[in-house]
Design a protein around this ligand. Structure first.
Ligand SMILES: NC(=O)c1ccc[n+]([C@@H]2O[C@H](COP(=O)([O-])OP(=O)(O)OC[C@H]3O[C@@H](n4cnc5c(N)ncnc54)[C@H](OP(=O)(O)O)[C@@H]3O)[C@@H](O)[C@H]2O)c1
Length: 270
């Protein structure tokens, strides 16, 4: 169930970092970037084979996690808290939770909304984040220097046609992060948000139910961000001194100016 890699024992210790949705894309790249920056990383996702392979590769711990399922979150949190005591070398000066698990399902006008997909998006992108925060906040705060980084989206600032369900979820999680930041004022926990535009990951493949051609068309003629570009933003935000809170960081590809404005290069562009 878990992989402990003693090679990391001598690494510069920033403390323990939890990354949700680390089985692909931004989450996997973030886990890698954080491990490389001296964090002891715990990765979670539903596809256990993937997180186990990643953990073995970067010297992290892994545990199954479905943020939609309160029991799964509870088991994951118990694993993380336990890791502090009995796995050796896990204790560090600060703690970090990266709420990355999420994504979009479907592409349809509001008038044709698939309620099941809307509910599922709210469940993962909003309630999943809230569950993780409820489970790990006491631990983050107890260290006297905790950080929550939530991966939102440009879709949480600018709605676009056919994206209503995803827009609603990402707007909602941004509202929740803002409320949390105010609630925690005066307490030693930072609340940060990274809001990317187009990133080439499995995001579109998931959104379009596995239709690879449709997913590839999203990035046609565009140089999108890579998962590593976003991971580097998260690594940087987490590495700021404890008194510096990067509230929101919107990061877009040069070919994108807002959720709806995308420049697609053609052969005529020269
Ligand atoms: N790619 C983009 O263009 C883009 C832009 C802005 C924001 N974002 C946001 O970035 C985050 C990461 O997405 P990505 O682009 O890296 O897409 P991705 O490659 O599809 O990765 C999504 C990750 O979320 C995990 N996940 C989904 N549902 C989960 C659940 N119920 N419990 C636990 N893990 C779950 C998946 O793991 P399992 O399936 O193994 O559980 C996977 O590791 C998402 O919040 C997404 O909304 C993406």
């Amino acid at each position: 169930m878990w992989v402990y890699c003693p090679d990391m024992a001598g690494a510069r210790m920033r403390g323990m970092a939890v990354v949700t949705g680390a089985s692909s894309g931004i989450g996997a790249a973030t886990a890698r970037a954080l491990a490389g920056d001296g964090w002891r990383v715990v990765v979670g996702a539903r596809r256990v084979d993937r997180i186990e392979a990643l953990a073995a590769d970067i010297g992290a711990l892994s545990h199954q996690l479905d943020v939609d399922d309160a029991d799964s979150v509870e088991r994951f949190a118990a694993f993380v808290t336990g890791a502090d005591d009995d796995r050796g070398g896990m204790v560090g000066p600060s703690r970090l939770l990266v709420n990355n698990a999420g994504g979009a399902l479907g592409w349809a006008p509001v008038a044709d909304a698939d309620e099941q997909q809307w509910r599922a998006m709210y469940e993962t992108n909003v309630l999943g984040v809230v569950r993780m925060i409820k489970a790990l906040l006491p631990m983050l705060e107890a260290r006297g220097d905790g950080t929550v980084v939530t991966v939102g989206s440009i879709a949480g600032y600018e709605p676009y046609p056919n994206g209503g369900g995803y827009n609603a979820a990402k707007f909602a999680v941004r509202a929740a992060m803002s409320a949390l930041r105010q609630e925690l004022l005066g307490r030693p926990v930072r609340v940060c948000e990274i809001d990317p535009g187009m990133v080439a990951t499995e995001f579109s493949l998931v959104r379009f139910g596995g239709d690879a051609e449709r997913a590839a068309a999203v990035y046609e003629g565009v140089t999108p961000l890579t998962a590593e570009d976003v991971a580097e933003c998260i690594r940087w935000v987490a590495a700021r001194p404890p008194h510096v809170n990067v509230d929101q960081l919107v990061v877009l590809a040069r070919d994108q100016a807002g959720a709806r404005q995308i420049h697609r290069h053609t052969a005529d562009d020269g």
